[in-house]
Design a binder for this molecule. Structure first.
Ligand code: BDR
Ligand code: CA
Length: 295
């Protein structure tokens, strides 16, 4: 069983990453921290708690992160971060900050936790000394255009300094950038399959997707959605295997743009391609979710 911690800005595709992890039988989700990004860290915690409630899962602590809120990505993820869908109230957030929660979990599971980061790197940048097994970050545009500026991706643009700190941290870091995430997408057929999944979680996730489809359709010229965050989760837990993942020395500038720089202090594994289509693997795992006790 893989022990996983999710740091997220829930967010439509963050919700898919959460569902992916909940549907992974070999994953024990120990805790979730939220960060300002697609929506505020407080709203992201509400969204996460609502999703866990829909999934019939209790006992996974959800803690709110710190840092500044830049106003979110309403056009991509809707006003509440989850496509305007009303979720159940869910439980209360953990009283600790997300950084304190992560520290406590690592103290109890030294060297064992796989961290998946699907929002800005604000929280993780505060704890570069933590003894974790791996850190997988969705973020950056390395050899491909950005999605919020010509060169910057949203998570890195929202907190470039924290992204730079995390890339230079002494962890085994794997970066899952737009280079790969833009190429693994769901269609409306996947949305229909999700809806037919047979639980409130599946139906609600399908309800969240229209806003996300609408934001990407003009950019892509087709009605498809990139699976940024669930791809990072899938790579982190080994459900998808990279076929091209060089160690690259990277720098992040103050606008959140990434560039390869041989003089950069450290290098990270950058996933540029996967050995199989990611979209069906993600769909299957999410459909495999049944309200079940965690291992
Ligand atoms: C990333 O930014 C957010 O909008 C998504 O949730 C994803 O984490 C993609 O650039
Ligand atoms: Ca996200």
């Amino acid at each position: 069983v893989l022990k996983v911690y999710l740091d997220c800005d829930t967010g439509v595709d963050d919700a898919l990453a959460l569902a992916f992890l909940l549907g992974s039988p070999d994953v024990e989700l120990l805790g979730i921290g939220t960060v300002n990004g697609n929506t505020s860290a407080v709203q992201a915690a509400r969204n996460t708690l609502g999703l866990l409630d829909l999934a019939g899962i209790s006992g996974i602590p959800v803690a709110v992160g710190e840092g500044a809120y830049r106003g979110g990505a309403v056009g991509v993820h809707g006003g509440n971060g989850v496509g305007g869908v009303a979720l159940p109230a869910g439980g209360e957030p953990d009283p600790r900050t997300s950084v304190a929660l992560l520290r406590d979990l690592v103290r109890d599971n030294p060297g064992e936790i796989h961290v998946v980061a699907t929002g800005p790197c604000t929280n993780l940048a505060k704890v570069p000394d933590l003894d974790v097994a791996s850190v997988t970050v969705m973020g950056g545009a390395v050899r491909t255009p950005g999605n919020v500026t010509p060169r910057a991706e949203a998570n890195f643009r929202d907190d470039p300094q924290s992204a730079a700190t995390v890339l230079a941290a002494p962890w085994p870091v794997t970066l899952v950038p737009l280079d790969v995430t833009m190429r693994h997408r769901w269609t409306v057929a996947d949305q229909a399959a999700l809806r037919a999944g047979g639980t409130p979680l599946h139906e609600t996730l399908a309800d969240m997707l229209p806003v996300y489809f609408e934001s990407y359709e003009p950019r892509l010229g087709v009605r498809e959605i990139p699976l940024h965050d669930p791809l990072a989760a899938a790579v982190a837990v080994g459900a998808l295997t990279p076929s091209d993942a060089p160690q690259l020395p990277l720098r992040v500038d103050l606008e959140g743009a990434v560039r390869e720089d041989p003089s950069a202090a450290s290098s990270v594994r950058v996933v540029l391609a996967l050995s199989e289509p990611g979209a069906p693997v993600i769909l299957d795992r999410i459909l495999g979710f049944r309200s079940r006790p965690l291992p």
